[in-house]
Design a protein around this ligand. Structure first.
Ligand code: GDP
Length: 366
């Protein structure tokens, strides 16, 4: 079989993975000048699509950032730091200063102390090798914190360009829209979309005669739960309002299911509270550990949902990971879903999540 190349970008045309370069639907193969879906959208709708982190073109673009002088503004979703932090940021940003922005502040419970969140974001970035100039918390949707951030951008950019980077779904378009709206009064300059993989716009917003703010394509990050669920399920698991904690008192040998997307077993330890911070619409089921597998086999997609039918077609199998919690208040974080706080720590738990999704521990945010 001869390889066919995209007439736009030169990538080899493939029909199997829409998230990889050169994707074109089967129906496009009969055309004379085949272009990939990405180039098609760019040509016809003036849209730039999100790209996987491994995409050469994207890495090259980020490399250009490290080769030039400018301020990098990295946006993360506070509710999903692990899923939304771009790996290898240090290498990609070079010597350029970085401002770290935690978006979706509005979904965190009121009891969260913003100072603690900032500290945690700063140290979580440092764990990934990235030293940041400053950390900001915003709600792009409500326009909160934008003013202070925009002043900091002005200060730190030192009359250079600004690059806004982020993985898909962190609210990058919403943020840039708000920024433009606040500075120029134009509403909805970029079209936002609810779903990852569809962020529009690679835009250049002039800051003055010589410099610009650049919106870069959203990076698709495989740790994001969002990539494993249907659009409908994504709506259910993404908190849209302040998260109301749900408290469970558990004995060892009990299990919590978060819908059917994740499961948390209390393996051993003294009776303990589990305070769950998840989307208010995601149901939690408590069961005995000994019944947990059977419940999953018989009720996945029914009692244990999401997943819905569409998600179930492609949802990876649950993988188990056991943790010994240190003494003290600890959060067990399920990337893209939320977390459970264990006030005393000092117990052993096993977390089950779809293979590829990350589970981690952190000192409690609350
Ligand atoms: P992008 O892919 O990073 O450009 O993200 P979008 O701007 O398209 O936003 C992704 C989703 O997050 C959309 O459903 C937005 O409505 C939502 N979103 C964006 N900003 C916020 C915010 O500050 N709070 C909340 N709760 N949701 C937000």
């Amino acid at each position: 079989m001869t390889t066919v190349k995209c007439q736009g970008c030169g990538a080899v045309i493939q029909t199997s993975d829409p998230n990889l370069p050169g994707y074109a639907p089967e129906s496009a193969l009969s055309r004379e000048d085949i272009i990939c879906k990405r180039c098609f959208r760019l040509k016809h709708y003036n849209e730039v699509q999100d790209v996987p982190y491994q995409d050469d073109e994207f890495l090259e673009m980020l490399n250009q950032i490290s080769d030039s002088r400018g301020l990098v503004v990295q946006i993360v979703d506070i509710f999903d730091f692990n899923g939304s932090f771009i790996p290898g940021m240090k290498r990609l940003t070079g010597q350029n200063p970085v401002l770290l922005v935690g978006n979706k502040m509005d979904v965190l419970p009121n009891s969260v102390n913003p100072r603690k969140v900032k500290q945690w974001l700063r140290s979580a970035a440092k764990d990934q090798g990235l030293i940041v100039e400053d950390v900001f918390l915003i709600s792009a949707q409500r326009g909160e914190g934008i003013e202070a951030l925009s002043q900091a951008i002005e200060k730190h950019r030192n009359e250079h360009d600004v690059y806004v980077v982020g993985t898909t779904n962190v609210g990058k378009s919403t943020f840039i829209n708000k920024l433009i709206q606040q500075t120029s009064g134009v509403k909805d300059a970029i079209t936002t979309s609810y779903f990852p993989g569809t962020t529009l716009g690679f835009i250049d917003i002039p800051l003055d005669e010589r410099t610009s703010l650049y919106d870069t394509p959203g990076v698709i990050h495989r740790h994001q739960m969002a990539h494993y669920v249907s659009d409908q399920d994504l709506k259910t698991i993404t908190p849209r309002k302040e998260v109301k904690p749900k408290v469970y008192q558990l004995n060892e040998g009990q299990t919590l299911y978060f819908g059917g997307l994740a499961r948390l077993d209390f393996d051993s330890g003294e009776r303990s509270s589990f305070i769950c911070y998840l989307s208010n619409e995601l149901d939690i089921h408590r069961t005995k550990l000994e019944n947990a597998d059977e419940l999953y086999r018989n009720h996945l997609g029914g009692l244990l949902s999401p997943p819905d039918e569409e998600t179930m077609k492609s949802l990876p199998e649950l993988k188990a990971q056991t943790f010994r919690l240190p003494e003290g208040k600890t959060d067990i974080v399920f990337s893209g879903l939320g977390w459970a706080t264990v006030p005393e720590g000092n117990i052993t738990v096993t977390a089950h999540v779809p293979a590829g999704v990350k589970v981690s521990l952190r000192q409690s945010l609350i």
